[in-house]
Ligand binder design. Sequence first.
Ligand code: COA
Length: 263
Amino acid sequence: MSFENILFEIQDSIGILTINRPKVLNALNFETLDEIGRVLDQVRMDKTVKILVITGAGDKAFVAGADISRFQGKNSLQARRFAEKGQEVFFALEALPIPVIACVNGFALGGGCELAMSCDFIYASENAKFGQPEINLGIIPGFGGTQRLSRLVGRARAKELCMLGTPISAQEATDIGLAARVFPAEELWDKTLEAAGSIAGKGSVALRAIKQVVDRGVEVDLKSGCAFEVEAFATSFSSEDAQEGVAAFLEKRKPEFKGSFER
Ligand code: COA
């Protein structure tokens, strides 16, 4: 599969998706969103990919937002189609049955922040900046920003970020629970691959269950969320991984999870 706006490779069961438009700080146009969607279709069907890492080309930006050069003259219908495309792709990303880490190596603004928030967690470099600056263009976030941000950091913080439009530092993003960890820029990639490699070695059935239960659980009341958990806990016991994990512990050896499930 060949792409013009992204790069995709698989390294030791880790899928690496790089948004590759460094001249415009990896801004997302319709075609780039479409290519991301095509990679997700491929990853969903490929049992050899245990985890996905998403990053931006160059050392300045993860993604500096939707491509503003395409905004001029857009009418409401075209804007709706663009937002729907972004939301469709980001929902597909969120629903991927494997973990996804956003490796945020610079600006994660607008659609970039929204892309990062659609991943399971975010590792950021010290020079990264997060924000929803759409208000400065007289518009609002369209790829789920108002919704995922408020779920991650609370309504007041989300409104402040969207209303002020001023980016925050990686440290502040970590402090408010938007990013999971911040690393010196030169360490970010190695730390991300280290975590990705470690997670890739765990049981895929349990990883998928954690992802689904956490994501579904935040949408419902505590009892309903715990009911999802009990179901997934029970199901995880019938996986080969569970037999292997428990046996390895009792035999005092390292587990070797096969972890495959039908895709
Ligand atoms: N869409 C299209 N092009 C973008 C872009 C975007 N979201 N963000 C950056 N670019 C382009 C710039 O136009 C510039 O192109 P040029 O070299 O042809 O002039 C290039 O990327 C480099 O950006 P520049 O603004 O010169 O870098 P900077 O370091 O001075 O500023 C930012 C970096 C991220 C602060 C600034 O580019 C910016 O504010 N970008 C827009 C962020 C935004 O509003 N995103 C939400 C969009 S809905």
